[in-house]
Write a protein that binds this ligand. Structure first.
Ligand SMILES: Nc1nc2c(ncn2[C@@H]2O[C@H](COP(=O)(O)OP(=O)(O)OP(=O)(O)O)[C@@H](O)[C@H]2O)c(=O)[nH]1
Length: 268
């Protein structure tokens, strides 16, 4: 894979210099691409980094690339690992590193689709072992090669529904937008997961309005959002809550406060 192209847009820092000479650290998202040889992992990575489609890559190269992004008005750093899964290698090294995984298959190869299922299962096994939730996206690539299609969109979607992951069909050979949608989709899913895992923080509540405090109207319940990302309820998180309750896993109860005969519920 041609590192030169990727590094044109890539930057290796996660601290952004400010005008006053200080720097702020940006949130980082590590994403690994998994899939069998030739499904287009490198092509998708390069397309996302450079908006260009390059046809030939060294299939035995494995590397990590970094891109500055702005998603929902928040600046972030996206790190992408384009993996080469040689026999006998330890797939856990990707999983330890990754905040999110994109499993790629080619719509022109049924075998790559079957292997995608195995990749997803290995991620889920790792999750069960470590109790770490790693957001997953399943991607059917090469949709420009419709005439050679071996895997229907419905089959891709069914596998994603079964495994509770995001699903996209895309192509590295044509439109940039559909490739960007995949990477932004997994970043947002990772963000939701990070928010879900954040511990509840105490909040200062008052009826008056000193600056920095939160005042809620009579009878209202407060829903506080962190800046940057909208806290949308995804189909996956809804499905996960159902799964959690089925497993007997219950989310932390929402603390409620009673001040001057008014009840407030604080969501953090
Ligand atoms: N038509 C078409 N060809 C693609 C697409 N994506 C990748 N290819 C081609 O498929 C071949 C394999 O692509 P790679 O990106 O090297 O695949 P890979 O998954 O990275 O494969 P390894 O690096 O060998 O693991 C190359 O010739 C690419 O040009 C696509 O969306 N459409």
């Amino acid at each position: 894979m041609p590192t030169a192209n990727a590094s044109n847009t890539a930057t290796m820092t996660s601290r952004k210099p400010q005008r006053n000479g200080s720097s702020v650290s940006l949130p980082e998202f590590n994403i690994a691409l998994l899939g069998v040889l030739g499904v287009g992992k490198s092509a998708l990575t390069v397309k996302y980094l450079t908006r260009r489609y390059i046809m030939e890559y060294d299939p035995y190269m494995e590397d990590t690339y970094t891109k500055h992004e702005c998603i929902d008005a928040q600046e972030i750093i996206v790190r992408i690992m384009d993996t080469y899964d040689r026999e006998g290698s330890d797939p856990e090294r990707y999983l330890r590193w990754a905040d999110g995984i994109i499993v790629v298959y080619s719509i022109t190869s049924r075998q790559s689709y079957e292997e995608a299922r195995n990749y997803i299962c290995s991620v889920l096994n790792y999750q069960n072992k470590t109790t770490r939730e790693i957001p997953l996206a399943l991607v059917g690539n090469k949709m420009d090669l419709e005439r050679y299609r071996q895997v229907s969109k419905a089959e891709g979607s069914a596998l994603a529904t079964e495994q509770e992951c995001l699903f996209y069909e895309t192509t590295a050979a044509e439109d940039y937008q559909c490739v960007e949608t995949v990477f932004h989709g997994i970043v947002k899913e990772i963000q939701r997961e990070k928010e879900r895992q954040m511990p509840l923080q105490p909040l200062f509540i008052t009826e008056d309005k000193p600056s920095g405090s939160i005042s809620l109207g009579p009878g209202s319940t407060g829903s506080l959002q962190r800046p940057g990302f909208r806290r949308a309820k995804s189909p996956k998180s809804e499905a996960r809550s159902e799964k959690d309750s089925a497993r007997g896993v219950h989310k932390k109860s929402v603390p409620s406060f009673r001040i001057f005969n008014k009840s407030f519920k604080i969501f953090n």
